[in-house]
Design a protein around this ligand. Sequence first.
Ligand code: SF4
Length: 277
Amino acid sequence: MPAAAVDVEAILAWYGQRRRDLPWRRTRDPYRILVSEVMLQQTQVARVVPYYQAFLALFPDEAALAAAPVADVLRAWSGLGYNRRALTLQTAARVVVRDGWPRDVDGLRLLPGVGPYTAAAVASFAFDLQVAAVDTNVRRVIARLDRRERTPAELQRRAAALLPPARAADWNQAVMELGATVCGSRTPVCDACPAIGCRSRGRPALAASGRARGAGGAPARIRFEDSDRFVRGRIVAALAAGEPLPDGFEPVRLERALAGLERDGLVVREGASVRLP
Ligand code: SF4
């Protein structure tokens, strides 16, 4: 089946009218865009917004973040989860302060914690480069538009072919917004969608869910409260607040979480005492 004839202008017009007013959409500053992209890597938009604003109030540019004590950075990040992202982001800021901003995707990918999607996002949003940023939402939308799953390389080529001249930044945002608000993983709202010509319109959707599935086809879920990540987050939050280690966890679980945090450079242990770096 040939690829769908996508009405790019209709999708851009819809984005212009319906886009959510998110703080990182009001800037072209690569630092502020990178902070938002790293925060959004594993955290939902609504949760990120207040952290993003508070973080930038403390560390308004890459120089401020690079020079900040690690404990302050972790305090600002605490509660957002995946605290290791904060350390990696600070390392990236230090590289930028030392070497300047890379001005292309390949250079951006050399920054710590910056993968293909994040590099393309910063390149298009901050530097206006004509590159396609393909995240989970974009992958799902394009798969549905063409009613076809592709390999990552094929998908990147298809996403690049869709880019309207000189409008990569708006287009990337528009397709992400479409995936986040209309063409959702489980409930695509085709009646409200501007993607005329979509080959999946009104039909059972492709790529409904990427979750692993357990026995019997049921989604395999582990309660967040039972995960090591939960214990790690509680430890960092307690230390960031100047409180003792949280109680209520089995000693073996607490020790496993502490060992992981220490290995990742998120806590320092000296004898029986534990502190942020
Ligand atoms: S028409 Fe439906 S399936 Fe196609 S992109 Fe829009 S919401 Fe998704």
